[in-house]
Design a protein around this ligand. Structure first.
Ligand SMILES: [Zn+2]
Length: 67
């Protein structure tokens, strides 16, 4: 048997192929940069949810004219 099976995955950020072994330090990401990009997007998303509705002026436009 001469199968050279190399487990691979795809970088979630740039979709580049990443060999899944101990040398791929940032797996499943291809690099530290891609890892930080993905983490940054995730943090940005959660921050937006925690921020809540900040613009109360929108309420004015929700009112019925004949209230
Ligand atoms: Zn990448």
């Amino acid at each position: 048997m001469t199968t050279t099976e190399r487990p691979e995955t795809k970088c979630p950020t740039c979709k580049k192929r990443v060999i899944w072994n101990s040398e791929s330090r940032w797996r499943p990401f291809c690099s530290e940069r891609c890892r930080l990009i993905d983490l940054g997007e995730w943090l940005d998303e959660s921050h937006r949810i925690n921020a809540g509705p900040a613009d109360h002026s929108l309420d004015l436009y929700d009112r019925e004219p004949n209230d």
